[in-house]
Design a protein around this ligand. Sequence first.
Ligand code: DGT
Ligand code: CA
Ligand code: CA
Ligand code: ZN
Length: 573
Amino acid sequence: MPFYNQEIAAAFQKLADLLEIQGTNQFRVRAYRNAARTIESQPKSVTDMINEGEDLQELPGIGHDLAAKIREYVDTGRIRRLDELEREIPEGLSILMKIEGLGPKKVKALHDSLGISSRQDLEAAARNGEIARVRGFGPKTERKILRGLSTVAAHSARIKFITAHEIARSYLERLTALEVVRRAVVAGSYRRKKETVGDLDILVICEEPGLVMDRFTGFEEVSTVVSRGMTRSTVILRSGLQVDVRVVPEESYGAALHYFTGSKEHGVAVRKIAQRNGLKINEYGVFRGDKRIAGRTEKEVYHSVGLPYIEPELRENRGEIEAARHGELPRLITLEDIRGDLHTHTTLSDGKNTLEEMVEAARSRDYEYLAVTNHSPQVTVARGIGSRVLMEQLREIDRMNERYPDITILKSAEVDILKDGSLDYPDEILRHLDFTVCSIHYHQHLSREKQTERVLKAMENPYFSIFGHPTGRLINEREPYEIDLERVIEAAREKGCFLELNAHPDRLDLDDIYCKAARDAGLMVAISTDAHSTFNLGYMEMGINQARRGWLEPGNVLNCLGVEDLKNRLRRV
Ligand code: DGT
Ligand code: CA
Ligand code: CA
Ligand code: ZN
């Protein structure tokens, strides 16, 4: 039975959550969480690894007991220990832990004192002011919980792009493996590379629709078949994700792809132009009267209304049609345009790989440069390093640069922006760096005014180079800080600072809208992975997706510059 790594990881996270609520051994809890992260970040399917007889204990943090539990899950779809805990602890409690402002201790306290065991209970109690009266809680925590509740409610139905990507890939592989399938592609928001995806819309060209539908509805991860027809079926997977599949005739492929890629708003706008020209566009083709005049490719569809091809990432009806009409579409950035990564961690702070391993990985990606940006002292949770250790690393980088003439290792740090807007290393240390990534990790709930001032003040320091993960949001988990990014963008441009597009799939921060705002303001953006392992360097692809949605061209992106140009751009003093 194939399991997605994401699914196995989720089971381990749940196990850890429940143990934590129960108040058992912190050490076990952490072991399960680490295991979940390890599984999640495996490029290869753990199910395949087991089937191919690989030893899971070679994975970092996976011992005998954990390996056995993974195997148990892959063999049986369950973990007995998890079943036990689920019987002992009310179902709702582990969901409550996902709400910002609530940890296991608080969840347990609320359960014991107010009998809260579901989101509904929690929301009712928070609205009635009961939570503020519980020992150890107060009005502030109560407000925070209400805020957290609204975030979860607003997002939980959509899944992150990277998860959709994993599932989409495995579905496509198995569909295209069928001999009768000529072509299979995922359209919808997935093809537009939206940061979250509501459902997957698969289009198939094939000779035997019946057979494809049998296969499609019969895949093992399907939990419900919502509908099954000859040209259209809908299923829901165990993970909760809905997948639609439609079989389309070859001569309509372009029209169908255009229709189902959306966005709806873009489609409507294109169809309006067609109407004005006496044409009709639908998912079967482009028609003049009853005569089909185009529809085999998307290009044909656009050409029929006098437009050049528009990339899926731009199809949001946010000015792309006007730009296309005037021949002003951006030449969107691609992965090949990227010449290095400007935000990475090593084992020195909280990374999983050594400097040398990171450098080797960057070389195998053909990068011209790699910046090492470990955390500054304030960020103790991520094992921030002091000035002395940082200076030692700079010397090690000198040695590495001699050893590897084909790549430049840039000296940098992820410097915490303190509450008062000062930076977390003294200037006499900062001046030894090629540049800095400055970011906020604490005091995320300041007022909009204060948060903005804090960042503007920090930018006055001439060693401030790139503002890291500028809004601090975690997709589906944490709202962005209150901050006036328009002002930050303006100030950055004036002072010679830059903004990061953090490519981590949980962050994608800047979002598409602000990428475009930066571009429109003439401010360059750094697309950086924030890699904590060699594997994470691959998140660059996620950053590129977001950048393309934000209309970014190579000329808008710092790390498309060669190393000398880059250094010159970054130097403020
Ligand atoms: P999602 O799934 O919420 O992330 O977003 P989409 O864009 O994938 O939306 P979805 O799955 O509802 O539909 C896929 C595409 O099909 C959508 O982007 C455009 C097209 N479509 C769906 N419903 C309509 C509609 O009522 N009118 C028009 N013009 N197009 C539609
Ligand atoms: Ca969709
Ligand atoms: Ca759909
Ligand atoms: Zn970082």
